[in-house]
Write a protein that binds this ligand. Structure first.
Ligand SMILES: Nc1ncnc2c1ncn2[C@@H]1O[C@H](COP(=O)(O)OP(=O)(O)OP(=O)(O)O)[C@@H](O)[C@H]1O
Length: 231
């Protein structure tokens, strides 16, 4: 489903004329099959977010190829990439990134509005997702009227609502207490099982890495497989 082939990336640091180049991704190869939950762990600065940005198409690698569902997406234009993301990829963030002026329902509905879906279909789709993630009672709450766990559920529902084939998650439980973390991890597992959704999760947290089917560790821009086990 996702294949990274020999991905390399460097950032240039410093003023023009005095810049130096820091290799951040070095010869990364990764293959993620449909229905997997993959975690990428590693210290701060090891290149995890850069890798996720490359997979998402926000950052073009200096070299290497990226395939999603057998389609080479490395050289898509920005517009084509944005369109591709809207149809195929959902995002979950550590700090939720919800729109503060929109209710839970409206936050989840937003990607469907952007896609031009009609009002009745939107309502049906959002209500179905809200039920799936346990938000049916708080649709009219604004983000500041929700707990951290509920906000993360809204973020997850918003990621799911366009029916993506893959979810990219950046520290999805980083802002949650340990009990809420367990609830969100259980939700991710059940979505994976029921919907056969694929997840790539970057995390510092070994608890998160424990629910995954494959685990990789980044170290100074290099990646190695740590373990693979059935959940
Ligand atoms: N836009 C940029 N320009 C220059 N250097 C960058 C840029 N973004 C990241 N870096 C550098 O690339 C390296 C990897 O950063 P990255 O954010 O991918 O690490 P990370 O593993 O996600 O860290 P964290 O867990 O703290 O988020 C770091 O040394 C960082 O300083």
């Amino acid at each position: 489903m996702i294949k990274l082939k020999n991905i390399n990336h460097t950032f240039s640091i410093g003023r023009k004329g005095h810049e130096h180049y820091v290799p951040v991704l070095q010869n990364i190869n990764l293959s993620v099959e449909a229905g997997e939950i993959v975690s990428i762990v590693g210290r701060s600065g090891s290149g995890k977010s850069t890798l996720l940005n490359v997979i998402a198409g926000f950052l073009k690698p200096k070299s290497g190829r990226i395939y999603l569902n057998n389609k080479d997406i490395t050289d898509l234009s920005e517009t084509a990439h944005a369109d591709f993301r809207l149809k195929n990829v959902g995002f979950i963030f550590q700090n939720f990134q919800l729109m503060p002026g929109l209710s839970a329902f409206e936050n989840i509905e937003l990607p469907l509005k952007i896609r031009g879906m009609g009002k009745t279909a939107r309502k049906q789709t959002v209500e179905k997702i809200m039920l799936k993630v346990g938000l049916e009672k708080v649709g009219d709450h604004y983000p500041n009227e929700l707990s951290g766990g509920q906000q993360q559920r809204v973020c997850i529902a918003r990621a799911l609502v366009t029916n993506p084939s893959i979810i990219l998650a950046d520290e999805p439980t980083g802002s949650l207490d340990s009990e809420t973390e367990q609830e969100i991890l259980a939700l991710i597992r059940s979505l994976n099982e029921v919907l056969d959704l694929t997840f790539i999760i970057i995390t510092h947290d070994e608890e998160v890495a424990n629910i995954t089917t494959s685990k990789y560790r980044m170290h100074d821009g290099e990646m190695m497989a740590v373990a693979a086990h059935a959940i």
